[in-house]
Design a protein around this ligand. Structure first.
Ligand SMILES: O=C(O)CCC(=O)C(=O)O
Ligand SMILES: [Fe+2]
Length: 326
């Protein structure tokens, strides 16, 4: 199916194109068995049987037999209500780009081609100043030691568009182990399903060519002293699991996905889990080959230098506003 004016391509759909183009039949309706559900509790870091996300609020009075689910870090009150309000005000002063599955986005980062594994700086000149406090605050989280943001992307999910994100793993050729997200405006759920597909998909095989950043004890090794097992191998699920893990994306919280959850599970956001407008800011770092001493450190360094810059969105988007206003 051709790209549609709503922004959807291929098998991706939103409420708009489903109504207008009758694309509903194309939608691989995500048939998930809710009986396989486990709700991740950010307070005890265990996943408890259930589907409804509010179940984590029962902590410490959970019921059933919990399972461990490695590779998730959640800090509930990462930003305050007033910081959130100011942040969203500024984000909405920047034009949104239409994206897929009913989402809109604002992307800051180098130009990447995951298929050809090509990266160029393009017009990337860093990030809006109003979002700098978030990156500065990463320094308060041990798991984010030496985290250099390379890509920052604001994503908007609007329930009236039936917004969602299909199951996927973030690219493993260019994006590093720690995927960071700051959640704003409403609570939602990240639904995790185990990935048993081809390692060519998502460039997962690349993660068999570098080493883990996050160590078993949670410490950070960016000198890659531990070459015991490759990234992909070091975090394989050890049992035959048949579970769907539901992770709370709490308003104003920060979540870090790494290790097993990052490399061996697909993540998605179901349409039914977007109940009011949600905006998140997603962050990505480079894979080891693009860091100091890596095989591609030259292009890596050039892009990293640009990623240390911040600019004023008001002067950058002034012209657009003036045109609209006159
Ligand atoms: O909205 C989210 O929290 C997830 C977004 C995501 O998975 C992505 O941008 O790759
Ligand atoms: Fe993702």
């Amino acid at each position: 199916m051709k790209p549609r004016p709503c922004g959807c391509k291929g098998c991706r759909t939103c409420l708009i194109c489903e109504k207008f183009y009758g694309a509903e039949s194309l939608k691989l309706s995500l048939k998930l068995d809710k009986n396989k559900g486990y709700v991740y509790c950010p307070f005890c870091n265990k996943a408890w049987p259930g589907w409804e996300i509010d179940e984590y609020k029962q902590h410490p009075n959970h019921s059933g037999e919990p399972i461990n689910y490695p590779g998730i870090y959640i800090e509930p009150d990462f930003i305050t209500a007033s910081e959130e309000e100011e942040l969203i005000k500024c984000i909405d002063q920047v034009p949104w780009d239409i994206s897929q599955s009913g989402r809109r986005k604002q992307n800051y980062g180098p130009k990447t081609n995951f298929k050809k594994k090509k990266i160029v700086p393009g017009n990337f000149e860093g990030f809006p100043e109003f979002s700098k406090f978030l990156q500065d605050r990463f320094k308060s989280i041990d798991l984010l030691r030496d985290y250099q943001v390379i890509e920052q992307c604001s994503l908007e999910y609007d329930p009236s568009k039936g917004a969602s994100i299909d199951p996927h793993i973030d690219d493993c050729w260019i994006w590093g182990e720690r995927i960071v997200t700051v959640n704003c405006l409403s609570d939602s759920v990240l639904t995790m399903t185990v990935f048993k597909g081809d390692i060519k998909k998502y460039n997962l095989y690349c993660a068999d060519e570098y080493y883990p950043v996050v160590q078993p004890d949670g410490s950070i090794d960016l000198e890659f002293i531990n070459k015991d097992k490759t990234m992909l191998d070091s975090c394989k699920p050890n049992e035959e699991i048949d579970a769907i893990i539901r992770i709370p994306l709490i308003r104003r919280s920060i979540i870090v996905m790494y290790g097993e959850s990052r490399y061996h599970w697909e993540h998605c956001i179901l349409r039914e889990d977007i109940t009011s407008r949600r905006v998140c800011i997603a962050y990505r770092e480079f894979t080891p080959p693009y860091l100091t001493n890596g095989a591609y450190h030259e292009i890596g360094n050039e892009i990293t230098t640009r990623a240390k810059k911040f600019w004023d969105h008001k002067s950058k988007y002034k012209k657009d506003d003036e045109i609209i206003d006159t």
